[in-house]
Design a protein around this ligand. Structure first.
Ligand code: FPP
Length: 281
């Protein structure tokens, strides 16, 4: 007979896509509609500092613990066959932090890429980095390039790490790329939404359907400003180091409750009329 303690950490068949699960995870999994998962999930991993503070630990302990939540989120999304996951690891504004914290974050990322390479390969994950990568320390740039090269042939989930990333900087970079392409070519002065999208760091990726932010802050913090135009936003009070697989499944379930209208009217209010204009016109 299963005792209560064992039952709480119930193991299900090893052939399950998520492997062993707790009873809570199995309960949430049962409710999930695998045919209606988001194609692209973006995450603002916030609350590392507060998590550490609550435990009278230095802020960097929160960042280190946050890598475990990143690992769980990455592996779960890959196993759910979500097309893309974008994690906000370091913003252009984060340079305002103390140098020791910045150095620690850069070292942590390098360590993560080295240590987690087997997990990334096992899960067929392709890595990509979004941001002004050429402004990062040379060692970080090398590791970033190396991680992309090593995983370039993988055909599973695309894992994007936003690093030295800013949404406004990204749009400015895209505009400058368009301008420099045009130099000397007498092309039309009009820039279209499609053209701008093709020059963003996220070129070729679907826009995020779901944006998760931990730690309860109601801000988008210069993250994927263009791409989240119609993303469903899920804010949880959970601090990033406490974010686990059950919390991720909850976010996906909440996403599945939302009705996505893209500025149109809902399916609950059908209309016989055709749309007056095509979207974006
Ligand atoms: C925000 O918390 C978190 C960061 C700025 C860094 C996030 C980085 C990691 C979790 C490292 C691992 C990354 C990868 C991709 C493996 P905060 O410091 O702003 O927290 P606070 O708001 O409580 O101070």
């Amino acid at each position: 007979m299963l005792n209560n303690k064992l039952n709480k950490n119930l193991l299900v068949a090893s052939s399950h896509p998520l492997g062993a699960m707790t009873a809570e995870e199995a309960y949430l999994w049962e409710k999930l509609d695998l045919a209606r998962l988001p194609r692209h999930v973006a995450v603002i991993m916030d609350g590392n500092g507060r998590w550490a503070q609550k435990r009278h630990l230095p802020r960097i302990a929160g960042h280190r613990s946050g890598t475990q939540s990143a690992r769980i989120t990455i592996e779960t999304c890959a196993r759910l066959k979500i097309e893309a996951l974008t994690l906000y690891a370091f913003s252009v504004e984060n340079w305002r932090r103390p140098k020791t914290e910045i150095d620690f974050l850069m070292a942590l990322l390098r360590e993560y890429l080295r240590k987690e390479m087997p997990l990334l390969q096992k899960n067929n994950i392709r890595m990509r980095f979004l941001g002004r990568i050429d402004e990062l320390p040379a060692g970080v740039q090398n590791d970033v390039r190396d991680a992309m090269e090593k995983t370039a042939g993988n055909k599973g989930m695309e894992l994007c790490v936003a690093l030295n990333y800013g949404g406004r900087a990204e749009i400015v970079d895209a505009m400058n790329a368009i301008l420099s392409e045009r130099n000397g070519h007498g092309t039309s002065p009009k820039i279209t939404e499609e053209q701008l999208s093709q020059h963003l760091y996220t070129e070729g990726l679907p826009d995020p359907d779901l944006l998760i932010r931990t730690s309860g802050e109601m801000r988008v913090s210069n993250f994927l400003l263009w791409q989240i135009a119609y993303a469903e936003i899920f804010v949880t009070e959970t601090l990033w180091p406490d974010f686990n697989r059950a919390r991720l499944l909850e976010a996906l379930l909440e996403y599945q409750k939302r009705e996505r209208r893209y500025g149109g009217i809902g399916e609950a209010e059908p209309s016989d009329e055709k749309p007056a204009r095509a979207a974006g016109n």
